[in-house]
Design a protein around this ligand. Structure first.
Ligand code: NAD
Length: 488
């Protein structure tokens, strides 16, 4: 199968015939061949999206909502099982995590389908002369949606859900690691009667994404990925003053106060540190525990981490805690961070070396849950995004110290605070420089709330009302009226 490009409603191979394999990180096997889009393919996809734009934008909200709801229904009914299976194969996450992602995807489409009918404007009387102003919201235009591999289906829905609701058309660039599961979501839209050209896909590596970023007929770039790629996209977009939403990396702190409920804080910090093998932008990267409860926390955390199960094959162990990492490069970065911490004096209590062994395929990319005690702020693992299953733990004395430590990286995506004291919760929430803060909860995601980063974690927000507004231009129409002639 090399027909992974979708241009104007037709699945097709690259015009040059170029393709690259999609690998299963659990065993290195080739799942499929993926087309590598050429410049001609990218141009054709953008042209199709441009041509479809007035057609889609001119539909009313009710008409757009009908197609979107139908696509969500068809995705759940016809494609969910296969999409879930492909997601586990191309990405590695255990089956139940894939089910969760794909179901949430359909929910996001349904949510924004409803929002499509709620896009309204406002109006007001002018305050100079006899004028009346109308504020319209109109779709931004043709959007390039560039998606990473860690949540390839869900994070696509976070873009096309609000964008389609607003009336935008898309050229999608999936990650080269994970182009398969999300294609079925798009097929559901085609089945639902989406006009050709509204959603197009160009597959390939970063070069294909770069062509979209630089394309003069793309109005907006909606990107989720790493900080370096986001910085480059920001620079390029600035030259053409394109609109951007940049959802970038993070280094989430998890602060445990002395009054926290440890029975909650320990399993929840663990889940958020190791779920999806630590490859989530809001994964817990740094755990700060108040000194009074530090020893107890570390001991109990390490015991539980030791018992986590890494699936050799996520299809056969749907409930496992973790699967493989995405690729060898990712595992090398993790090892560098662990080695750096070890040489800086951190104690490796659990894990710390690549996971091998009879039950794991030697071509698989496995790393065990790794717990580092007595981490210090200078260590790479405390400064950079490790994006792997590593939980460094450090003590703190006062809440101000913890807030200072938490804020001491260039990132600002998510932070977590566990305390039973409301004053501490409010005090810290206002001072933590992060786009999302979880108080006694280890996930900041809610369809109706915003999601996005401060500082180098990005620009703009997804989900909720801001996530829709990101696909709308606000237009001010000012009308001067006069008293009509009184003709009898
Ligand atoms: P990445 O930046 O390497 O790639 C992301 C996407 O951009 C891929 O589709 C890739 O092919 C494409 N790309 C690469 N170079 C490009 C270029 N020059 N121009 C245009 N597109 C280009 O990131 P990744 O490794 O796939 O994803 C992991 C990163 O994503 C982590 O840093 C993680 O924190 C971040 N992330 C952020 C969020 C969020 O919401 N803030 C969510 C998930 C992941």
């Amino acid at each position: 199968m090399t027909e992974t490009l979708l241009i104007n409603g037709n699945w097709q191979a690259s015009s040059t015939g170029a393709s690259i394999p999609v690998l299963n990180p659990a065993d290195g096997s080739i799942i499929a061949q993926m087309a590598v889009a050429s410049a001609d393919d990218v141009n054709a996809a953008v042209a199709a999206a441009r041509k479809a734009f007035p057609i889609w934008a001119e539909l009313n909200g009710r008409e757009r909502a009908t197609i979107m709801h139908e696509a969500a229904r068809l995705y759940r009914e016809k494609y969910l099982d296969e999409s879930v299976r492909l997601l586990t194969m191309e990405n590695g996450k255990p089956l139940n995590d894939s089910i969760k992602e794909c179901k949430y995807t359909a929910d996001v489409i349904d949510f924004y389908a409803d929002e499509s009918r709620r896009i309204t404007g406002t109006h007001f009387s002018g305050d100079v002369g006899p004028t009346h102003s109308f504020m319209l919201k109109q779709p931004v235009g043709v959007v390039a949606a560039i998606v990473p591999w860690n949540f390839p289906v869900d994070l696509l829905a976070w873009k096309i859900g609000p964008g389609l609701a607003a009336g935008c058309t898309f050229v999608i660039k999936p990650s080269e690691e994970t182009p398969l599961a999300s294609a079925l979501l798009i097929q559901a839209f085609l089945d639902a009667g989406l006009p050709p050209g509204v959603l197009n896909i160009v597959t390939g590596a970063g070069e294909v994404g770069a062509m979209l970023v630089q394309h003069p007929d793309v109005d907006k770039i909606a990107f989720t990925g790493s900080v370096p790629t986001g910085q480059w996209i920001g620079e390029q977009a600035g030259r053409q003053l394109k609109r951007v939403t940049l959802e970038l990396g993070g280094s989430a702190p998890f602060i445990v106060c002395r009054d926290a409920n440890l029975d909650l804080a320990i399993p929840e910090s663990m889940r958020r540190a190791f779920s999806h093998t630590g490859q989530i932008c809001i994964s817990v990267n740094r755990i700060f525990v108040q000194r009074h409860v530090y020893d107890e926390f570390v001991q109990r955390f390490a015991e539980r981490a030791h018992a986590l199960r890494v699936a050799a094959n996520g299809l056969e162990e749907p409930n496992a805690d973790m699967g493989p990492m995405i690729n060898v490069k990712a595992i090398e970065k993790v090892q560098q961070h662990v080695d750096d911490a070890r040489s800086g004096g951190a104690k490796v209590l659990v894990g710390g070396e690549r996971l091998r062994g009879e039950e794991y395929n030697p071509q698989g990319v496995f790393y065990p849950p790794t717990v580092l005690a007595d981490a210090t702020p200078q260590m790479r693992v405390m400064q950079e995004e490790t994006f792997g299953p590593v939980a460094p733990i450090a003590p703190f004395d006062t809440l101000d110290d913890a807030i200072h430590l938490a804020n001491s990286t260039p990132y600002g995506l998510a932070a977590y605070l566990y305390t039973q004291d409301l004053d501490s919760a409010f005090y810290a929430s206002r001072r933590l420089n992060f786009g999302g803060i979880g108080i006694n909860v280890n996930d900041i995601t809610d369809i109706r709330g915003s999601f996005g980063g401060m500082k180098q974690s990005g620009i703009g927000r997804e989900l909720g009302e801001p996530g829709l507004d990101a696909y709308l231009e606000h237009k001010h129409i000012r009308y001067r009226y006069q008293a009509p002639r009184q003709e009898s």
